[in-house]
Design a protein around this ligand. Sequence first.
Ligand code: SF4
Length: 278
Amino acid sequence: MQIMLCAICNIASGNCSEDCKYCTQSSYVKTNIQKYRRKEIAQIVLEAKMAKKNEALGFCLVTAGLGLDDEKLEYVCEAAYAVKKAEPNLLLIACNGLATLDQLKELKKVGFFSYNHNLESSKEFFPQICTSHTWESRFETNLRAKEAGLMLCCGGIYGMGESQDDRKSFRESLKELQPFSSPINFFIANENLNLQVPKMSADEALDIIRESKRDLGETILMVAGGREWVLGERQYEIFEAGAAAIVVGDYLTTKGEEPSKDIIRLKEMGFSFASECH
Ligand code: SF4
């Protein structure tokens, strides 16, 4: 079986105006994450080369903040040009929050393959984890990304205190959007966050992947943040449960599995790595 690996590059970190309770980049919480307005383009290229070496097919340029403005868009495009030049076979993914149709069309024009904007949870539960912007504004950005001709990468985070009904409703909304790929994150506890909930069990996490596969059959399910935290030694059972992609390397503000460990283990399990998308 072939699986897809994606790497994340946090090109503008922290100091976000929004109050998402699950996020260490929100300026509403005091965390000791690295904060910077812009990562050097040379460093982004270096990380893209590393991602390619680590068998990644997707390379996601992420910026903290509510959305894009002209200056940020220009920077994201500049980074994309540089990465494309250095590693033309990486598929570029943009993850820059709320965006207008024109901004998304611009991203498509400079060569982005897809846009990632997570709904995070159900429409009903979202106001409990964020009050500074609406779930609907996220949903609409996803619709616009499709309209702009970008492939859609849309998912969310499980284990933030949402109910089973919320999970169902969340997946119903994803079904409506029919994303090309869908990240499944498991909430990672952090004592500084205003969200303090019990850690979910590995069995529950694997059930979530199975249910997602059942509900979103055509979508590539990508297990992202929290894989190591929630699943521990059982993290490679995710493929049997229905996942077909993972994030390789570090996440936005937390350490991930050592890529070499993932690669060795996945090869031992008989997996090969996707080098193109159909
Ligand atoms: S908008 Fe994004 S970066 Fe800002 S707090 Fe929410 S999740 Fe974090």
